[in-house]
Design a protein around this ligand. Structure first.
Ligand code: ADE
Ligand code: ZN
Length: 341
């Protein structure tokens, strides 16, 4: 009898994630521990399980405030280790962590020291759980084009970094302002993605494709407003890194019933689901997959979300092949119909 069909799998459902900001994984409990060590008062900011903020600008300020508590190499090592082992316990086989050298600089750490500490945490997590992690460096767009180009230059020379992206306040600057940064990253052979179509409309997604040569779009949900753009995303095989619970918390979608995930699937797009900044949104990757289930994604379609993530991951080809085989085995262990999903 298929346990898969009964929705009570014998093995954890295999998950993968392409879009999660490492500072955005800081759990409030760890934040309070860091604050106590530093004599910083977090009352009214860090609740038991989440942070208090309002609106997108308030969220970005809260993100910076929480990130500023991470000050030492061991803080970052532990951050990566805790997040990745927790993710593996949820069933994840791959995580692409977005890292921000600008946030480390605000804490007085060089990009190299920051990356080295995160890499140690990821290696320890991989030894313990087998989860595979790769790092994607982002530039923060509201810090300006020079800062984003500096982030790209770091990404281009950094060992173990496989991707480059753009985050921050999408209401500032235009995608094409970051052409030079993305050229630097492309010339270094990095995979490319950018947040677009989260707070700006579909025109920003189209300009991101035209100017920045990305193979993935972070969020991209507002593409749903433009049928021609949906057709283009489908034809060009662009993968969307959809973050449903982030969209609800930030007001990008008014409620679950009106979230575009199901409409994007109907349009035939390659979709993944991701947690973005989990404790800020009261989410985790399991909850994002549950959101997809509640939006009508059958188990086979939820496995396809994981398959899409592995296919679009910025990872070396032999590792992609290994992850793909592991996913097939994990799907078989679920008793999944058509295990070649
Ligand atoms: N940095 C962290 N989370 C982000 C989001 N949802 N949008 C833009 N920048 C971010
Ligand atoms: Zn994001």
């Amino acid at each position: 009898m298929s346990l898969f069909a009964r929705g009570r799998p014998a093995a954890p459902f295999p998950l993968a994630e392409l879009h999660c900001h490492v500072e955005g994984t800081l759990q409030p409990g760890f934040a309070r521990e860091l604050a106590a060590r530093q004599g910083v008062d977090l009352s009214g900011f860090a609740d038991e399980a989440t942070y208090r903020w309002e609106g997108f600008s308030g969220f970005l300020a809260a993100y910076d405030r929480a990130a500023a508590l991470l000050r030492t190499e061991d803080d970052y090592r532990r951050l990566a280790f805790d997040y990745l082992t927790g993710l593996a316990a949820q069933g994840a086989i791959y995580s692409e962590l977005t890292i921000s050298p600008d946030h480390a600089a605000a804490s007085g750490l060089s990009p190299e020291t920051y990356l080295g500490a995160l890499a140690r945490g990821a290696a320890e997590a991989e030894r313990e759980t087998d989860i595979v992690c790769r790092f994607l460096v982002v530039g923060v767009r509201h810090l300006g084009t020079d800062a984003v180009e500096a982030a790209a230059r770091f990404a281009a020379r950094a060992p173990g970094v496989t991707g480059f992206g753009l985050a921050g306040d999408e209401r500032l600057y235009r995608p094409r302002d970051f052409e030079k940064a993305f050229r630097i990253a492309a010339e270094a052979g990095l995979g490319l993605t950018a947040h677009a179509g989260e707070f700006a409309g579909p025109a920003a997604v189209a300009e991101t494709l035209d100017a920045l040569n990305v193979s993935r779009i972070g969020h991209g949900v507002r593409a749903v407003e433009d049928a021609a753009l949906l057709a283009r995303l489908r034809e060009e095989g662009v993968t969307l890194e959809v973050c449903p619970l982030s969209n609800l918390a930030l007001g990008v979608a008014p409620d679950a019933a009106n979230h575009p995930l199901a409409r994007l699937r109907q349009a035939g797009l390659r979709l993944t689901v991701n947690s973005d900044d989990p404790p800020f949104f009261g989410s985790d990757l399991t909850a994002e997959y549950r959101f997809a289930a509640e939006a009508g994604f059958e188990p086979a379609e939820r496995l396809a979300l994981t398959r899409n993530a592995i296919e679009a991951a910025f990872v070396e080809e032999p590792v992609r092949k290994r992850l793909s085989e592991l996913l097939t085995m994990r799907a078989l262990a679920l008793g999944a119909p058509g295990s070649s999903l």
